[in-house]
Design a protein around this ligand. Structure first.
Ligand code: HEM
Length: 225
């Protein structure tokens, strides 16, 4: 069992599995966040409140944190080991033999996303968890919840530079995922010629959805609110 975690393939497997798990989280997170764009905030507040109080999510949250930490630690180990053995580092070529800019810069992209994530968690997660957010009641006072909509919209409307930081974060994430998605499947063994091509296309579609989806939100508040 120890061998799995220390072998070269084992490390890549762990990167792939944690990466795929984080990709599923991103789709769910984006779906909830896109509700910011509809209505007066009630829809988003209900969805955010459901996510914050749901018991299943309470279990998933620590798993998510561990997923991020393991992904980052193994990325660091693989990059360090590769730099020692090969000056070019860890690269998987695409179906046409070309190495993309993203594939050559996965660790730098990941590092920048990590910095974005720390800023992001301080902005929202920390404030919600430690009760710095006003509560609001709906349905004639029957339902009380944190006013997450005002927290998010307030940040994006008041500070234009946060809009830019979030747009940069979304674009970096898009580049990181454009390589990470199909590379993860390739590591997991889906590496025949037909599937590599298909996965590349799916990876680009997924990366574009994530990048555009997360970009639209700060842009909406910057331009329209
Ligand atoms: C427009 C962009 C985004 C908005 C408006 C947004 C909003 C939020 C909010 C309100 C929370 C706190 C949820 C709670 O604790 O109840 C949160 C948490 C979190 N966000 Fe984001 N987010 C955005 C982009 C991202 C991106 C790009 C990533 C990944 C790199 C990300 C990763 C996380 C993580 C890991 C958490 C903590 C886990 C959780 O509470 O679900 N977010 N986000």
């Amino acid at each position: 069992m120890n061998g799995i975690f220390s072998s070269s393939l084992g490390k890549k497997l762990i990167m792939s599995i944690t990466g795929l798990f984080l990709m599923i989280f991103l789709l769910v997170h984006l779906t909830v966040n896109l509700m910011l764009l509809f209505g007066d905030g009630k829809l988003f507040n209900f969805a955010a409140n459901f996510m914050a109080t749901n018991q299943l999510i309470e279990v998933v949250e620590p798993v998510l944190a561990i997923g991020f930490i393991v992904h980052i630690i193994y990325a660091s180990i693989i990059t360090l080991l590769n730099q020692r053995t090969r000056p070019m580092g860890y690269i998987q070529t695409s179906s046409n033999g070309v190495t993309s800019w993203a594939s050559k810069n996965m660790y730098i992209l990941g590092g920048a996303i990590f910095i974005f994530l720390v800023i992001h968690l301080i902005n929202f997660f920390w404030k919600i968890k430690f009760g710095e957010v006003a509560t609001l009641s709906y349905d004639n006072g029957l339902t009380q919840m944190a006013d997450t909509y005002s927290l998010v919209s307030g940040l994006f409307i008041t500070y234009w530079w946060y809009d830019l930081i979030y747009i940069a974060g979304a674009l970096l994430l898009g580049f990181h995922l454009s390589h990470g998605f199909w590379s993860a499947f390739q590591t997991l063994g889906w590496n025949n010629k037909i599937w590599i091509k298909r996965l590349e296309i799916i990876a680009y579609i997924y990366a574009i959805i994530i990048a555009i989806g997360f970009t639209i939100i700060p842009l909406y508040f910057l331009i329209l609110k």
